[in-house]
Design a protein. Sequence first.
Length: 183
Amino acid sequence: MKINSLEIVNFRSYQNKHNITFSIKPDKKITLFLGDNGGGKTTLLNAIYWCLTGELTPSCDLTEGIKNTDAKISNPDAQCYCELKYFHDDINYRLRRTLNNDQTIRLDLWKTDNTGVDRSVNYPDNELKKIIPKNIAKWFYYDAESFTKLTLEGSKAFKEDLRKTLGFEMIDLTLMYLNKARS
């Protein structure tokens, strides 16, 4: 998965709309965020993580909630969402997670067809799980503030998801069938 851009609207410390474009050039594959403490770097990470998983990183303080406090005060009906544009397996996607005013969360996913038209994807959660299982997402989207909290928990579900993501599940099946054939 390669993320092209992030749009955040009234998410945590970011009021109104903000667009971030990521470097996807083969010779410049890294985008760095540099800023003072409290400048919003971890909030950007959490916007990506929340959009992909519906969760926030362990260091995220939820006393103020997800929707920007000033936006809640100035316009209680103001939208709050994070939207990612990314591509995976040569397909362009647009993913949006929205915090509705009734505190429910909506997830929308679109694939861009060869004419440039976005087509809605049914069951976006299932599509996301194919790309990166939720149990593994925290290993790819972590913030430095909670790095020391990130440990191998040893849960069976995590180990299974890791093996699937790395392709070891197929190797295990092949070895099992070879052993059966040998005996």
